[in-house]
Design a protein around this ligand. Structure first.
Ligand SMILES: [Fe+2]
Ligand SMILES: [Fe+2]
Length: 467
């Protein structure tokens, strides 16, 4: 019987996610008897029981990057963004795919669950530990996280990812030379290119984001445009933006520096520091970008958004930004996303006029210092979460004195990714073999990251290893 007093399941779904995230968060820092934990558990029980009574049971499930409640996808809500992110990460960390509530839940049931949940965080087989821990609780059951990636097809997937990435780079190169030649370009093809990247990110986020570690000195601007687009889409996905918005975001990001086509090549590629006059020219590129975009064929709402982002992507709320504007309103969400992706990629790239690219972790810590005044702190938090402590492509020194590149991340143990060793402990170059830092021998980790290194110092070409 559906009573009028009870809200629809889809309406309260986000509150369930929010409360569950709050319970998990507080129980990670406090004792189960702590008032904050007790209160949030009581609140959760009071909310979920009437729903179970009405629906028979409630299942919260994680599929890919989305939560479902009784098989209906839960809409992301901006106000609970962090809760969604927290819970998703916790589910993944525990290899947990779903929780089902049935009968009547008591606060005691939830406490047993939390105890098992926390204990399983330290287990090598978190899902099994959790599921054993709640065996005796009749009102609760859990399901394992379904694997989406197919290991056997790993090599093929890598090929598709590479093809998509380089196709986007060559497309961007084509667009920029057309713009330079004064030819009209069509937004439609750009949309198709971006769509292939969005589809891939929804499915293979890490691999495509990993491609952005490849920076090309000669073709900097094209790689940079594609990298910013990939990073922006990936961040947008983390924020739970719908696919339509991801397509727009990818497109506007791809065109953010289109105004650079009007900067004279000898200024753009100048290996030494800019003079005041050269800076003055460089700083025109946002405005020139607007002009180029407005001239494109197939002009529509997205083009307007692209023009806004081209104009705003260097505006900061402090004196470092340009163009100088009267600060009348907040920057566009897409501009704030693109500006984070842009700064990260610029800092970690060997573009000609900044000959010292930073290792990813160093770039992220500088960006953290800039949070607030220059960058949106909440978006930055999501971004750092996304690229990870050691982004794919980071050059690291291991405790074994081996030197390697971060190859793929470990969601459970962020500081223990898989690494491709490229220099042995004697400093000799080796063809590259992959080691797993989560691997243990006699209860001790075999390898541990000591520090990150500058790839340029070692004259290491990332592309050589990653392609
Ligand atoms: Fe720019
Ligand atoms: Fe840029």
């Amino acid at each position: 019987m559906v009573s009028n007093e009870q809200p629809e399941l889809s309406k309260v779904a986000k509150d369930i996610v929010n409360l569950l995230a709050a319970i998990v968060r507080t129980s990670q820092i406090h004792d189960p008897s702590n008032i904050a934990v007790v209160n949030s558990v009581d609140k959760f029980v009071a909310m979920i029981n009437p729903l179970i009574a009405r629906e028979g049971s409630i299942t919260l499930e994680l599929v890919g990057e989305y939560f479902y409640i009784n098989e209906t996808r839960i809409k992301f809500s901006m106000e609970y963004l962090l809760s969604f992110d927290t819970l998703m990460r916790e589910f993944k960390k525990h290899k947990l795919g779903s929780i089902t509530f049935k009968g009547a839940i008591t606060a005691e049931d939830m406490r047993i669950f939390l105890k098992a949940f926390i204990a399983s965080s330290f287990s090598d087989t978190p899902f099994e530990t959790l599921s054993e821990g709640i065996e005796d609780v009749e009102s609760l059951s859990v399901g394992v996280l379904r694997k989406i990636k197919d290991e056997a097809g790993d090599q093929d997937i890598r090929k598709v990812v590479r093809r998509t990435y380089f196709n986007a780079v060559s497309f961007t190169k084509g667009v920029m030379s057309k713009v330079k030649a004064g030819e009209k370009i069509n937004v439609k093809r750009a949309k198709r290119v971006v769509e292939s990247m969005v589809d891939l990110i929804l499915d293979q986020e890490e691999l495509l984001v990993g491609m952005t570690a490849i920076k090309d000195y000669d073709e900097y601007t094209y790689h940079h445009s594609v990298n910013v687009s990939v990073l922006a889409i990936a961040l947008g996905q983390r924020l739970g933006l719908p696919k339509k918005s991801l397509l727009e975001l990818g497109l506007v990001a791809l065109f953010h520096d289109i105004g650079k086509t009007e900067v004279p090549i000898d200024v753009l590629n100048k290996p030494t520091a800019f003079t005041d006059e050269e800076w003055r020219i460089m700083k025109q590129h946002p405005l020139w970008g607007v002009r180029s975009i407005l001239k494109m064929k197939g002009f529509d709402v997205v083009s307007v958004r692209a023009a806004i982002v081209a104009f705003e992507h260097h505006i900061r709320h402090d004196p470092t930004g340009y163009p100088k504007t009267m600060q009348l309103s907040e920057l566009d969400l897409y501009s704030r996303i693109v500006s984070i992706a842009d700064q990260y990629d610029s800092m970690t790239s060997a573009r000609v006029y900044s000959r010292n690219p930073l290792p990813p972790d160093r770039a992220l810590s500088i960006m953290m210092e800039r949070a607030g005044a220059q960058l949106d702190p909440l978006l930055l938090k999501f971004f750092i979460n996304m690229v990870g402590v050691f982004p794919v492509g980071t050059l690291v020194m291991l405790n074994t004195k081996e030197l390697g590149l971060v190859y793929s991340s470990n969601a459970m143990l962020p500081d223990r990714p898989r690494v491709m060793v490229i220099m042995d402990s004697e400093g000799r170059r080796v063809p590259g073999y992959i080691v797993d830092l989560a691997e243990k021998k006699d209860g001790k980790y075999t390898r541990t990251i000591m520090k990150t290194m500058d790839p340029n110092k070692y004259r290491i070409n990332l592309a050589e290893y990653m392609l």
